[in-house]
Design a protein. Structure first.
Length: 175
């Protein structure tokens, strides 16, 4: 027991006794080495940047996928109008489709994310000290992502509705 001497002195005494046959490090040096590794780095700033990009990517991808999908079907919407559907009926069709695609995508994404989180926590349980008893769910962040995805879907749907107002003959000729 070395209660009256410093860890550095105790380490040096042990080094002197065992010689070069063993590597001896004192507690202070070991603690400094462990504290300066990647596991001791505060990743809060990096996490905020990553979550910000995830928000941007979620909104952009949701809007882009819906806008491109609906733009591909402009001809179908024009033919539907030529067959007698009113502009309101075409608009309702576009809005319902955008809503269903968004709700289905968010639901499937949430289920896949939950399953992936469970698997990763099970695999990495030995890394955590102590291991988590339950998953931590960032409800606020997930709510913001869902809101941004919904806004992007509404914007894509409304742009498609606006494009569907063009005269039927002009739309069919362009495509």
């Amino acid at each position: 027991m070395t209660t009256s001497i410093s860890p550095a002195v105790a380490g040096q005494r042990v080094r002197d006794r065992v010689g070069a046959a063993a590597t001896v490090t004192d507690l202070t040096t070991s603690r400094h080495q462990v504290g300066s590794t990647l596991t001791a780095v505060d990743l809060g700033g990096l996490t905020r940047v990553e979550l910000g990009f995830a928000l941007l990517l979620a909104a952009a991808s949701t809007g882009l996928v819906l806008a491109l999908s609906l733009a591909q079907r402009r001809r179908s919407f024009a033919i539907t109008r030529a067959l007698g559907a009113s502009h309101g009926q075409v608009a309702a069709f576009v809005r319902v489709e955008a809503g269903l695609v968004t709700v289905t995508g968010l639901s499937l994404g949430a289920a896949a994310g939950w399953m992936l989180s469970v698997v990763l926590v099970k695999i990495l349980t030995g890394v955590f000290d102590p291991p988590p008893s339950t998953l931590a769910v960032p409800w606020g962040y997930l709510g913001v992502i869902a809101l941004l995805a919904a806004v992007a879907a509404v914007a894509a749907g409304e742009l498609t509705v606006r494009a569907a107002r063009r005269p039927v003959i002009e739309t069919i000729r362009d495509l």
